[in-house]
Ligand binder design. Structure first.
Ligand code: GLC
Length: 520
């Protein structure tokens, strides 16, 4: 049986004060807490304070980040945390635990693949003891960061603690951490340092849900919340370069986590931190999961997506999406004015799955040539569809063609601006004809690229606020890109929108909410 205990707080107040100063050194633009929390409660960017809008400038320009889901679950090639939801005695069949099943979350109807997360059914005895076999001997933080950099990614968000409660660093507050593994090394610490060295932005994912902590439960939340605050404080003080806080319990109310005390502490240590929408508030951006977000110029968003359908490593028998699909996701996100946080699930060896590494390397090659059409751009003016997406900067519109119509030429709707010049970003032949009916774009087959061909079009005026005269239609029977609205609901954005502008409206912990929350 698993025998990990929760440690008492050991940090002396003097030590804590020193760490606090270290964290303070990186503070760029302090805002008051009142301002900070008011911004967190507002969804639309334009309604936030100026500082609240500016804090996201680097993130918005970055467009492409790496998500890392990795912990001892990789040793059994099973799903991170969720494999614990359906334990089996010996591993023959899936048996529901007394915990609420996916049906309760209404998952079945809309996201069938989600059920696969529970396969293979790992016996309790095995799952709960995986940390004892976690020895990623090939782990090299500098190498992972270099791979992210070569892929053209500008930031990394790494799971520090997932729902199963295991901590990927050595925490003062629990033994259920790297010290319980034969490896012992502080993985989060090494990654934070490697990112700092390489000029890569670093963020942590931290799950408020904790299926290991003895005080995680309806009557005992105060103690658990203190533990959570201590841990986040520990991470932010040890690693002042943490720039993103990625929570993951969006449908749960802010007050359940004593959100005010939590955010106050976070703000004190890192006033310019960026926070997602999964702590019961709209936060800085929404986080559509496994879906491309909808075109939105008012609300920042970041799609988080996997290569395999799973978050953590499930072995070499899983399918990995192609390079072309990965690249198309990136241009669809940029074209919708959002970011892509592409997930990798490192192997138990500590390395990135070679197939995922291959896709990333190739996207990086593409970005070396086409990067100026992605970084620092705004989505549009055309809404992305299956055939093309568009981005823009100053006088330029970049057209990212994913699928050419049978006829050979791509037609796009008219704009109120005169085309001055059109080039293929990679070089080669392109011909663009402008008429009242729109633009006809022709690129000979030999000049097209696998996945995405990007055409740079220069106009006689600034195009940042241009709106197309007619909305574009899919060219050859293509379907529009799936909207993220269903998942946004799951993540509290819809509900948060109701609260928007009225800080007095608070969530209440209803019976229904606690039925879903506990004993999860
Ligand atoms: C989900 C899952 C989780 C994953 C995450 C990524 O809510 O619970 O396993 O870490 O979202 O968005």
């Amino acid at each position: 049986m698993n025998s990990f205990r929760i440690k008492r707080m050991k940090t002396s107040s003097f030590g804590a004060a020193l760490l606090l100063c270290a964290a303070g050194a990186s503070i760029a633009e302090p805002t008051t807490y009142d301002q900070f929390i008011a911004d967190q409660r507002i969804a639309k960017r334009a309604k936030k304070s100026e500082a609240g809008q500016r804090r996201l400038d680097w993130w918005r320009d970055a467009r492409f980040g790496m998500f890392i889901h990795w912990d001892p679950s990789s040793v059994a090639a099973c799903e991170i945390s969720w494999s614990k939801l359906y334990y089996d005695d010996v591993g023959d069949t899936i048996k529901p635990n007394p915990r609420p099943g996916p049906g309760l979350m209404g998952m079945n109807e809309w996201h069938e693949p989600w059920l696969d997360w529970f396969h293979p059914p790992v016996p309790r005895e095995v799952y709960d003891n995986l940390p004892k076999s976690f020895y990623p001997g090939m782990f090299d933080a500098d190498r992972i960061v270099a791979q992210a950099k070569a892929a053209g990614m500008k930031y990394i968000v790494q799971v520090s603690k997932h729902h199963n409660g295991f901590c990927m660093w050595n925490s003062e507050f629990t033994d259920f951490d790297m010290s319980a593994t034969p490896f012992k090394r502080d993985i989060i610490g090494e990654m934070a340092k490697a990112c700092e060295k390489a000029g890569m932005k670093y963020g942590i994912y931290y799950s408020q849900r904790d299926w290991h902590h003895p005080d995680y439960g309806p009557e005992r939340m105060a103690k658990y919340n203190e533990y959570m605050r201590n841990q986040i404080k520990e991470l932010l003080t040890r690693h002042p370069n943490i720039s993103i806080l990625w929570f993951d319990s969006g449908g749960y109310p802010f007050d359940l986590w004593e959100g005010d005390a939590l955010y106050r502490m976070v703000h004190q240590l890192k006033p310019d931190i960026i926070i997602n929408d999964r702590c019961g508030l709209p936060g800085d951006f929404s986080s559509p999961e496994q879906l491309i977000g909808s075109y939105d110029l008012e609300r920042d968003w970041e799609s988080n997506m996997t290569f395999t359908g799973f978050w953590s490593w499930h072995g070499y028998q899983t399918k990995v999406i192609s390079y072309e699909e990965c690249l198309q996701r990136l241009v669809q996100c940029a074209g919708g004015n959002g970011n892509l946080l592409m997930n990798i699930g490192p192997m138990p060896t500590g390395e990135i799955d070679t197939r995922e590494a291959d896709r990333l390397r190739r996207v990086g090659e593409w970005l070396k040539v086409n990067g100026s059409a992605i970084y620092g751009t705004k989505g549009g003016p055309f809404k992305p569809n299956e055939n093309f997406a568009s981005t823009r900067k100053g006088n330029r519109i970049y057209l990212h063609v994913m699928k050419w119509p049978e006829s050979g030429n791509l037609t796009i709707p008219p704009l109120d601006a005169k085309l001055v010049k059109a080039v293929l970003m990679r070089g080669g032949k392109v011909d663009v004809k402008q008429s009242d009916a729109g633009f006809e774009i022709s690129v000979p087959k030999e000049s097209r690229e696998p996945g995405v061909t990007t055409v740079g079009m220069e106009f006689d005026r600034n195009v940042m606020d241009l709106v197309p005269a007619v909305p574009p239609k899919p060219v050859s029977g293509g379907k529009p890109v799936k909207s993220s609205s269903r998942f946004s609901q799951m993540n509290g954005y819809e509900a948060a929108r109701v609260n928007d502008g009225d800080p007095k409206t608070r969530w209440v912990v209803s019976d229904a909410v606690s039925a879903v929350c506990f004993p999860w």
